[in-house]
Design a protein around this ligand. Structure first.
Ligand code: CMC
Length: 385
């Protein structure tokens, strides 16, 4: 029998496949537009803040003042971490990749939540708020321990981003820095059915609980083709060393068929609108008093120009959000290994919003693979092979 008989069309990487309807987010890859619940990302980055955006994603509408105050209070209250989770972070932070430590910590949270296996919509909403709030505390604590310093308890008087910087550095943060980080949280909060969100939905579609589902998302986000690209892009900039080396580095890499991290996207075939927002902060680093910051900004901007020239118009490969994030985080005193945990802490809002929505009309996610191996082989006993 011809094994290729009746072979269906294969959509490698599920490219171009729609698997569900959603009202959480619209990514317009042709026009380079992004909307959370109908609101353009530029408007949210300029006028809103991460806490309000998390509410918008979870509830599908902007909160009234009263609703926002209540939600903000809940988020602040949920920042604390169980002692065992803090201890576990302390045990592994120095050895494991921060995303591994964070994935384990997120998973552990279920053991300390009396509602972990209560799958009512209200309980899932409360768990979502817990997860969004605690994941930022986890990311900051991992960064803290990795720099060999002692745990800092959250401070409920601070905003979400301020508290993150406080738990990381132990110092009350500058308002401008906290605002920049808040925008970073906002632009990372959601991005439609990206790989990690899909991973969350695959797990949740089996009716695994919310903690299990977002733990799956943590595993998916780690890879350098997805969330890990921000850390990889910064490492590349450091390897380039100075703007003068950029052209040789990029051309050698492209000649060697290497991917430049922070460029290209499955959906955007034009400039990623989130990258444009992050880039605007990077431009101001060109006049930073710190040489490292100026240098990184120069390298990033020259690499951007070269890549657009080499691959932008020709192949539709443009900078994505991860390319410019590194130098901005560095300017906020955030070490490279904490970048992807921050991405995870922000994306937790999108993951939960999608999961809650998907569960309203759940269908097990189970695609097909086309079998191209052999059939009806003769079994030869091991002593005769
Ligand atoms: N540098 C150089 N060439 C690239 C790049 C890149 N960053 N991205 C894609 N290409 C080339 C690729 O080599 C291939 O060329 P060819 O047709 O000659 O074989 C072509 O473009 C198509 O690439 P692909 O990897 O098959 O496309 P995809 O849609 O499967 O991949 C991607 C999308 C994001 C995985 C890919 O662009 C990539 O690996 N980028 C680098 C990693 C990265 O920055 N990831 C972050 C994505 S945005 C944040 C997020 O939401 O996670």
């Amino acid at each position: 029998m011809d094994i290729n008989e009746g072979k269906p069309e294969i959509h490698a990487g599920l490219e171009g496949i729609y698997f569900t309807e959603s009202s959480v987010c619209k990514v317009d890859g042709q026009q380079g537009r992004l909307y959370y619940r109908g609101y353009p990302i530029e408007t949210l980055a300029n006028s809103s803040n991460f806490t309000e955006v998390a509410y918008l994603l979870l509830y599908g509408k902007l909160p009234t003042g009263q609703e926002l105050d209540a939600f903000d209070a809940q988020m602040r209250e949920e920042r604390s971490l169980p002692g065992e989770v803090i201890a576990e972070i302390g045990r592994t932070a120095a050895r494991a990749h921060p995303m591994d430590t964070m994935r384990t910590a997120i998973s552990m949270l279920s053991a300390y939540d009396a509602e972990a296996y209560n799958d009512s919509p209200d309980a899932n909403m409360r768990k979502s708020i817990r997860l969004i709030s605690k994941s930022a505390s986890i990311a900051a604590t991992i960064g803290r321990y990795r720099s060999g310093k002692l745990y800092v308890a959250p401070d409920a008087s601070l905003s979400h981003a301020e508290n993150f910087l406080y738990m990381l550095s132990g110092e009350k943060p500058d308002k401008v820095d906290a605002r920049i980080l808040d925008v970073m949280f906002t632009v990372h909060a959601e991005h439609s059915s990206n790989a990690s969100t899909f991973g969350v939905l695959v797990a949740g579609s089996t009716l695994a609980d919310l903690y299990s589902s977002v733990t799956a998302g943590m595993a998916v986000l780690k890879g350098p083709l997805h969330g890990g690209a921000d850390e990889a892009a910064l490492r590349m900039m450091r390897e380039i060393g100075s703007a003068d080396n950029t052209e040789r580095y990029i051309d050698d890499a492209l000649a060697g068929k290497k991917k430049i991290m922070g460029f290209g996207h499955r959906v955007y075939k034009t400039y990623d609108p989130r990258a444009r927002i992050v880039r605007s902060y990077l431009e101001s680093l060109l006049s930073s008093p710190y040489e490292e910051q100026r240098n990184l900004a120069q390298i990033a901007l020259s690499a951007e120009k070269l890549m657009i020239d080499r691959l932008g118009k020709a192949k539709g490969i443009w900078p994505n959000i991860d390319f410019f994030a590194g130098p901005v985080y560095v300017s906020l005193g955030i070490p490279a290994e904490v970048f992807t945990p921050i991405f995870a802490a922000a994306r937790m809002a999108g993951w939960c919003a999608h999961m809650l929505e998907y569960w309203k009309s759940n269908k097990l996610l189970r695609p097909l693979e086309y079998y191209s191996g052999q059939l009806d082989l003769d079994y030869v006993p091991v002593e005769k092979r």
